[in-house]
Design a protein around this ligand. Structure first.
Ligand SMILES: *[C@@H]1O[C@H](CO)[C@@H](O)[C@H](O)[C@H]1NC(C)=O
Ligand SMILES: *[C@@H]1O[C@H](CO)[C@@H](O)[C@H](O)[C@H]1NC(C)=O
Ligand SMILES: *[C@@H]1O[C@H](CO)[C@@H](O)[C@H](O)[C@H]1NC(C)=O
Ligand SMILES: *[C@@H]1O[C@H](CO)[C@@H](O)[C@H](O)[C@H]1NC(C)=O
Ligand SMILES: *[C@@H]1O[C@H](CO)[C@@H](O)[C@H](O)[C@H]1NC(C)=O
Length: 253
């Protein structure tokens, strides 16, 4: 009890002595003593009055830049959006840019509508359409193909965007005589029980069926042939589109 009391007196005296000194110092250095410094002010130490702080006013002043930016209908942001233009005004104290809206221009090869026509169109996520419209492209991708060599890869049309409806196509793999095909569906997702992939052990669809894949998503489904030929049949019906598949293959003995 005694110790606490002595400590209190010493501390109060120290504050009393220091208060005058530090407050004066603070003001001399263009500072202001106040309970807490504002976010843009620099806290340069205590003012010793009820634990006041000595705050330096902000060295940086955005007032003029803000007015210029607002005059151009711009907004201060860390990074300008894709549909915005950097006006070059600034830099602002917080390193923001002044971004103004550009006149948005739809990509010429997009049919920009709110929702793509599910029967005949696929949505291209890389395509630019203004005002949250979707970039819809006619489903006319080439589907299927002839593959060879010691390794390769292929995907369903438009992967990783959704595949199109009403497609039936073949990916025909032929590797060197004496070798076999090791196929890996690194990603697979199709409308369950309706859209599918069939894998055949040979060069015609009457050869043994190695796999019937539907539904998912699954990753890393592996299928081996017993000969140097393999056929992958992709089928989608008239409705519901999913991501489809990505596959790679290599040979083995
Ligand atoms: C910032 O700059 C403007 C114009 O230059 C001035 O009117 C304003 O008083 C300044 N504000 C501060 C806090 O210094
Ligand atoms: C497929 O679509 C592209 C643009 O999306 C177009 O340029 C091309 O002519 C179309 N091909 C066919 C065969 O319709
Ligand atoms: C691929 O195989 C399928 C099924 O046997 C066949 O109908 C199609 O013609 C083949 N494609 C090519 C380009 O040979
Ligand atoms: C098959 O694909 C999966 C998923 O990408 C991968 O983890 C796995 O290692 C692949 N298998 C082979 C034999 O390459
Ligand atoms: C395919 O064959 C390879 C090489 O013999 C073997 O390591 C792998 O386990 C086989 N995969 C399947 C799914 O049978």
């Amino acid at each position: 009890m005694k110790i606490v009391f002595v400590f209190f007196i010493v501390c109060a005296a120290a504050v009393r002595v220091n208060q005058v000194k530090n407050t004066r110092q603070c003001i001399a250095g263009d500072g202001i003593c106040k309970p807490t410094c504002a976010v843009d002010e620099e806290d340069t130490g205590s003012c010793c009055r009820h634990s006041y702080r000595c705050c330096q006013p902000p060295k940086c002043n955005d007032t003029d830049q803000n007015a210029q930016c607002e005059a151009r209908n711009g907004k201060s942001k860390p990074v300008c959006g894709v549909n915005e233009q950097d006006t070059g005004i600034g830099p602002f104290c917080n390193n923001n840019r002044c971004c103004e809206p550009t006149t948005c221009i739809d990509d010429a090869d997009c049919n920009c509508i709110p929702v793509c026509e599910s029967e005949t169109e696929t949505e291209d996520e890389d395509g630019l359409c203004c005002e949250s419209m979707k970039c819809c492209k006619t489903c006319n991708a080439t589907c299927g193909g002839i593959l060879g060599g010691t390794s390769g890869s292929f995907t369903s049309p438009y992967y990783p965007s959704n595949y199109c409806n009403n497609h039936n196509c073949y990916y025909n793999i032929t590797v060197e005589e004496g070798l076999k095909v090791m196929l890996n569906f690194t990603y697979f997702e199709m409308e369950a029980r309706v859209d599918s992939v069939r894998v055949f052990d040979g060069e015609v669809t009457t050869d043994a069926e190695l796999a019937y894949l539907t539904g998912g998503p699954t990753e890393g489904k592996e299928i081996n042939s017993t000969s140097n030929k393999m056929i992958i049949q992709f089928y989608s019906d008239f409705s519901v589109r999913k991501t489809g598949f990505s596959a790679s293959y290599k040979t083995f003995q």
